[in-house]
Write a protein of this length. Structure first.
Length: 363
């Protein structure tokens, strides 16, 4: 498996071996599947760039090579999912006023959420992303916003406004690489735009491409190399679009969901993207999945406990999670389903504040 270059520290622990007596000298960098016979402590020198690496995690085919220069990128296997907790931020609607609450629940133990902090401004119809250390909430409604909020997972402090999208928007789709957050589509004026913002430095997003199919009320997923934007309103769409993280550019329309959706939520395993629920009449409880390795149509692999949309997705390494939703009223359920085996979701807890059209993220 190929590796990613970034600063993500969410990685699996590895076995410990005996360090090699001297560095391996090569004209290229090591990869995550460069398995050192010396185990942890093995050294690697790139004769072309002068970069020097030490193996700090010797898990077979998922090694971590740490650059001794802290200012340079290290090499590790990137995982989209979190290990600790899911988050739900903002939301409201469905006859309820928008809120600014940031809620958190445990992935390992399940259970109800707790109120941990607040966004910089109340909003609903918003979307979320995450770096290794922070959660991000983009845009939203009441009024329509272009604000990018950022909050610390470790500190549990209130979010701060760290930048602006290229245009105000709501009902958008979000994806994330190890280094950037991406926002695709949404209602005008952001419809059709693909933005990205840097996780390394606060600031405004940049316009890096155009959507192949304009939509709103869609959802996003992320592979190691691409962002995906599926479903959406503006005519109830079943399109699956993807765009590259490696090079900026437009998305392409590659496949279809099993049903047209509005206000679906997105989840990502290492190998599949998921679309869960829809507010399209009749209300849908479908859980669809589509492969990241082949551009093909989605398959229906399970059902949520109820048919509705306006949920927010959060992904652990092993489960997809959805929270909240609407209709017939703002909901508080937290549900999860296994990535390893297709099947229905189970109810694992409740949000402390029932909500809809909120942002989801994870750590």
């Amino acid at each position: 498996m190929s590796g990613s270059v970034g600063t993500n520290s969410s990685r699996r622990s590895g076995s410990i071996g005996t360090a090699a007596s001297g560095p391996t000298v090569s004209a290229s960098d090591p990869a995550v599947d460069t398995n050192p016979s010396g185990g942890v402590g093995t050294q690697w020198a790139n004769s072309s760039t002068g970069d020097f690496y030490v193996c700090t995690d010797a898990t077979a085919d998922a090694n971590v090579w740490t650059n001794v220069d802290a200012a340079q990128d290290s090499i590790f296997l990137w995982y989209f999912g979190g290990e600790t907790a899911g988050y739900a931020s903002g939301g409201g609607g469905g006859g309820a006023p928008p809120v600014n609450v940031i809620q958190k629940w445990s992935f390992p133990s399940g259970g109800d959420s707790v109120d941990v902090s607040d966004l910089s401004v109340t909003r609903d119809h918003t979307n979320g992303n995450q770096s290794d250390t922070h959660g991000y909430t983009y845009g939203g409604n009441h009024p329509k916003l272009d604000v990018i909020d950022k909050f610390s997972f470790a500190a549990g402090t209130d979010a701060t406004d760290v930048g602006n999208m290229t245009a105000a928007g709501n009902y958008m789709s979000t994806s994330a690489s190890s280094d950037y957050g991406y926002v695709s589509n949404g209602q005008a004026p952001h419809q059709g735009i693909i933005d990205k913002n840097s996780f390394a430095s606060d600031g405004n997003s940049t316009d890096v491409g155009d959507a192949a199919v304009n939509n709103d009320h869609g959802a996003g997923t992320s592979s190691e190399t691409h962002g995906y934007d599926h479903g959406g309103g503006a005519g109830d769409k079943n399109h699956i679009q993807k765009y590259s993280f490696v090079s900026d550019g437009n998305s392409t329309d590659i496949a279809n969901l099993t049903v047209a959706t509005t206000a679906t939520c997105g989840n990502s395993s290492e190998t599949y993207g998921y679309s869960a629920g829809s507010s399209t009449a009749p209300l849908s409880n479908h859980i669809d999945k589509y492969s990241f390795s082949s551009d093909g149509d989605a398959t229906d692999v399970g059902n949520l406990s109820t048919g509705n949309g306006y949920r927010a997705g959060a992904s652990s390494l092993t489960y997809g999670h959805s929270s909240g939703g609407y209709p017939p009223a703002n909901r508080n359920e937290i549900e999860k389903w296994a990535f390893a085996s297709d099947g229905d979701s189970t109810d694992v807890g409740d949000l402390v504040t029932a909500t809809m059209a909120h942002a989801g993220c994870h750590v």
